[in-house]
Every structure is written in structure tokens, then in C-alpha cells.
Ligand binder design. Sequence first.
Ligand code: GLC
Ligand code: CA
Length: 550
Amino acid sequence: MQKRKQDWFKDLVIYQIYPRSFMDSNGDGIGDLKGIISRLDYIASLGVNAIWLSPIYSSPCFDNGYDISDYQGINPDYGTFEDFELLRDGCHERGIALIMDLVVNHTSHLHPWFIASKASREGKYSDYYIWHDPVDGHEPNNWAGSFGGSAWEWVEERGQYYLHLFSKEQPDLNWKCDALKEDIIAMIRWWGDRGVDGFRVDAISYLEKAPGFPDSPLPPFSTGFSLAMDICSNLPGTHKIINELSSRVFQPYSMMTVGEVICRTPQDYHDYASCSRHEFDMCIPFVPPVVEIATWSPLAMKKKIIETYEVLREDGWWARFLSNHDKPRQVSLYGDDTRFRTRSAKMLCAIMHMLPGTPYVYQGEELGMADVSYDSIDDYDDIDTRNFYAEKIATGSSPEEALAEARLISRDNARSPMQWDDSANAGFSSGRPWLGVNPDYAEWNVKKEEGDASSVLSFYKAMIALRRGSEAIRRGSLAFDLPDDPVLYAFERTLDDESYYLVANFSGKDTALPLDLSGYGDIVLCNTERTFLAKDTVLAPYEAIILKRQ
Ligand code: GLC
Ligand code: CA
């Protein structure tokens, strides 16, 4: 087992790989482990020191691997266990930690545990999932899973329903069952013994379900069922289990952990991500894209940064990300992917990487990859997108309206294949990719951006190098100026006698900077041609400037 400093996670820059879409080595149109191995030098060239792999385990892929049928097996579409070992060693040789996805809220309906559990009410696995008798001849309550429909599915053999907070192919595990808990703990240790350095822990806020299974008070979908997530989030039993996983496995193995959780209040951030609680090193708060699109603004985002900084500054840590495989592309959502694509992509990078916390880069983000816009709902693969579309049609939207909305929220925006070069299929595959390549690939790809000092990619490399070279940026304190300004971000990072200052204009308009930073120091990184900062400066649209104190 590797011995590490307890807080090694604070110095990481993590690159998230969605294996299905990263690089296909054998022309079947599906990204795979050999493909990732062939691009390790590229990943290392970014300056990152960890990768997080979305699930690579055996899975029928109803939810692209977030439905696991064998926790210790590798999905044959992605390769073999030997490929996994080569990938792990390739990472470690380059000083890159390997973080895997841990999906233990549910398994696939094809996991042998579930097959045994559904066969009979007797035997070792009968209690591994959440079974309930019918109530008045139908579902036990009004709960809907997050992908629509009832969260309960009838099984004739047992004469009972099972619970699934996601799709019916993702039955929820019963964490009240000790044998299940012990099996999961043994499985995590098994990966720890095989050199995995940490876990991103999937959908982990719902381990304990609302006691007594009360109806959800939320408004119903067209199916008559209401989302169950809210009343099943962050219950005391869930925190207790996470704490036990931490003390029995994560900490003894010095694993880095990040929980994907629901954070409604500052207290939730504290509960999941402060050291004293012994749960996770940091957390990724999940916000559904539909909610994020409707509610975010530069100011709301800034307020959240300030608020969560205060909550965790004494005793916790933050994950810094704007993208992942569940979200639209960040330059499309938060930046401007038409008029200011390069500049706004760089600004988003500068803000995230200048904050205290561990930055995450989602594959393709470093190129400024943007949302896709497929012609038909049939071109979309994501189970969530297809259910969303069906719900829109069921509630009276026209196919055109439903498709337009589905495009905006679709998780496939983040899942279109990585754009390596301007050859066929963006160099991702010699076969037909499982999901359409964004037609803008001739312009936006690794090869082109590697040869261009002013590309988004070159900016990411410079930003990551700046961060890795500066203790103040990694570990220093944070102080915001202009906390109420609707578009300007202005903050300082300080440790001992080292300080950096970031100013950014989070808008598509010229904006006067009401601060005099002219004497602060030199510009060390900037996304415009600016070489010095005068008094009474007007910042260009999406301009971001980083100064180092003299
Ligand atoms: C998480 C994953 C998402 C998946 C869901 C169910 O939110 O990030 O992709 O669909 O959990 O496992
Ligand atoms: Ca392949």
C-alpha cells in the first residue's frame, strides 16, 4: 500500500475520462482502455496528476456503466483486467493517481445478487435489495425514479416490488443488510489492493430511504408518480454508512474520495466534506441540468463559492468543476460558444483553477468542446434524455419543442466523442462511433490546439502549471472583492508572502473595473493581449487576468 500525506488530495488536478467516448483502439466505435493507454502521454502533457475513470466494470450499459453487473470484472467492450493493470501502471509511471467510480447505491438488474434476490424470498441474497409488498394491490407509494415512471417494479416470482431510484435496470441496494455492506467493503478493499488510489462515489446521498416509505410531496409527473430523491436524501443512516466506509476502508488505504451528493444547505457541505466528520475529502454537489440552466447566474455562482468557502475553510475541502458526464458542456452553458468561445472557455478555466479546492477537468473541456445538437431524438443515446423527451411529449409538447428542450439538458452533450484531430470521426474511431461526433471537430481538436499557443488547450496547460507551481494557489486563503457585483469576479489567494489576484468579466459586454490593481504586480496569465493593468481599466467580454504580487 502506498504511504501518502493525509491531505494529498489537496494538490491534485483531476482529469475525468468518460471511457466510452475517449479513444477507441479497435474500430468498434466504443472507447476502451487500450485507447486511454494510447493517450496517457497526452493526459500527462496537460500537467494533471490524477484521472477519474467513469465506470469500466461489467455492465449491460442501460446507464452506460452506472449499472454494474460485476464489481470485479471489466466490461469486455472496454478491455480486460490486464488492460486495466497496464492502464494503472501507465498512470503510476507518469505520477498520475488512478481514481475509479464507486457505484453502490444500486447495481444492474443483471448482477448475480439481484438475480438471486428476485428468485426467492429465502437465501443469502434475498435481503440485498429493497423489497416491498403491494399496498392495496399496487405500488407501495407514489415514488418516481429520477429517470421517470414509478420507482417500484413488480417481480412475479417474489410477489413483491423492488425499489429503484434510477431506472428499473438499477435496483437499489439494501444498506440495512449487513452481509451486503460487508460484501461492498470487501470489494472496495479488493480494488485498493490492486492499486486504485481513490474513488468518486456515485449517487451516495440516498443509502437510507425515508423511513416508513411515505409518499413524496412533490408534484407528480404525467405518470402520476413524484420524485423520491428529495425525501430520501442525506438521512442520518446514510451519513453513518459513509462514515463507516471511511474509517474501515478509505482512510486505512489513504484513498482520495469525492462523493457525488445532494447539497441543499451549507450544513450539507459541512456534513459530507469536513475532516471532522470522516466522510469524504470533498464532494460534488449534484444539480439536475434542468434546474442549473434555469437558476444559475454569474452572481449566484459567486455567492455559492463564497458561502461554501466559509463553511469548509477551517476543516474541509472543495471539488472545483463546471463539467462532467451529466452536464452540458461548460463553454455552452456558462460561457458563450458562438461569439467568444475561446476566450470564455479560458475564463472559466482561470476562475475554477484559481479557487481553493481540487480542480476537475472533464475530457474535451480543455479544448473548448461545445454541446452537440443531433437532428432527431433517435440520435440521442442517454436514458435520461429519452425519458425527458417522452415526458415532454406526454404532457403536450410538440416533437420540435420536446427535441429543442432535450438538446439543452442532454447528458449526451458531454458524451460526444473526444476530438483528437481533423480526420474521420475526429480521430476517435476508425469505425462508426457509438454516439455522433460534433461536426465542429475540424476546427476544435487536440492536434490543432497543440500547435497553437493561443488555443484553449495551451491556456489549460499554462493554468495547471501555474497552479502546480504555487503553494498559494493550491493552499492559500481566499478573499473576494466586489462580492455583490453581478458579473465581475475579483479575488486574491494568499499564503505567507505569496499572493495572486484574479479579475474576470463574466459577461459578453465590456465592463469597467472599479478597482485599482495597477500597482499590484505583473500579469502572469491572461486570455487577451493585455500586458499590464492600468488604473480605470475596462475589461473585455469574458476577459480574465491573473496577477502576481510584486
Ligand atoms: C450519477 C451518475 C450518473 C448516473 C447516476 C446513477 O448521478 O453521475 O451518470 O446516471 O448517478 O448511477
Ligand atoms: Ca473499442
